[in-house]
Design a protein around this ligand. Structure first.
Ligand code: PBG
Length: 331
């Protein structure tokens, strides 16, 4: 064009827009590609049969009985999602969270059912006590404090029972010190040396878990989780948490939440180069759903942009309630 040859424009030698002119060109030079293989779908498994109860603050997310969880897993497989992360919603809770290691509880039953009916699916389990304690805390409370070491003993029992039921990956989300090493040791001692361990290594004390606590009925009855989950202001400390969990035997390390901690994902990935997961949590999902329902955002674009950003930051694995929708959008 005429003006390109004027004196004023001679300095324009790098025309970065050349690579953005067509979709064929853009997709040729695209640096980050999402695929369903990297996504994990969380499922909330409850007691009963034929139960499929939508979580009010999480449209499209359900409390599912074991039979329905199997159906949901199969449907996710049709969409291209081959990994699920199970959370349990027991009917009975007590002050030590003993339902967490009941072999007949929803999670253990769901593991067996999914493994029996859909053997190709990768089954991960969340290991924590907050869904199992009547006070909603992640551990055993002694004198108003979460007692670290007695809690670790309970987490070990839960992780071993998940492995015994056939879980491929156990994922402790409690943030107690020393739990990764204790779980690894106990698994190995009992012959579960092939069960992988994904640690919620840098889990922040976040406002964005709100809808999850509705879904799992796990809001603490008093106090908060600041004595064990990380302060959102700290980035360098995340590197120490991750280093410790790798040292104790974690196979995969996770950062959680995702979008508000993209810098942490990037630093962890650059520092350790380890298989890195990010959890796009309930509140991050609920925000997009709410805005989309009001017509304030194009949901499909906002979803894909968000998940792309998480992957671009360095996450190899994305745990997201959007897994099925994203897989369908990518198909
Ligand atoms: C603890 C756990 C929580 C989440 C995953 N595991 C809740 C918490 O720490 O309070 C949150 C996940 C989400 O918000 O989507 N078992």
């Amino acid at each position: 064009m005429e003006h390109v040859h004027t004196h004023a424009s001679l300095g324009v030698t790098r025309r970065l827009r050349r690579l953005r002119r067509s979709e064929a060109m853009r997709s040729l030079v695209r640096e980050t590609r999402l695929s369903p293989e990297m996504m994990v779908l969380p499922l909330f498994v409850c007691e009963g049969e034929g139960v499929r109860r939508e979580v009010p603050s999480m449209p499209g997310v359900f409390n599912l009985s074991v039979d329905e969880a199997v159906r949901e897993t199969a449907a996710a497989g049709q969409d291209g999602i081959n990994s699920v992360l199970l959370f349990g919603l027991p009917d009975q809770k007590d002050d030590i969270g003993s339902a967490a290691y009941d072999p007949e509880a929803p999670v253990q039953s769901a593991i067996r059912a999914i493994k029996r009916e859909l053997p190709g699916v990768l089954v991960m389990t969340d290991v924590c006590l907050c869904e199992y304690t009547d006070h909603g805390h992640c551990g055993i409370v002694i004198d108003q404090e979460i007692a670290n070491d007695p809690t670790v003993d309970q987490l070990v029992r839960a992780a071993v029972s998940h492995a015994a039921a056939g879980a491929d990956v156990v994922a402790p989300s409690d943030m107690m010190d020393g739990r990764v090493g204790a779980i690894r040791h106990a698994l190995d001692e009992r012959g579960f040396e092939n069960t992988a361990l994904m640690s919620y290594a840098a889990k922040y004390c976040s406002a964005f878990y709100g809808p999850f606590r509705d879904a799992a009925a796990s809001a603490p009855a008093f106090g908060d989780r600041r004595s064990h989950q990380m302060d959102p202001a700290n980035g360098r400390e995340a590197l120490r948490e991750v280093e410790q969990d790798i040292h104790e035997g974690a196979d995969i390390i996770m950062i959680k939440p995702a979008v508000t901690y993209l810098d942490v994902i990037a630093r962890v990935k650059d520092t350790f180069g380890y298989p890195t997961a990010a959890y796009h949590v309930s509140g991050e999902y609920a925000m997009l759903k709410a805005a989309a329902r009001n017509g304030w955002l194009d949901e499909r674009r906002a979803m894909l942009e968000t998940l792309t950003a998480i992957h671009r930051a360095g996450a190899d694995i994305i745990i997201t309630y959007y897994a099925r929708e994203a897989a369908r959008a990518l198909a």
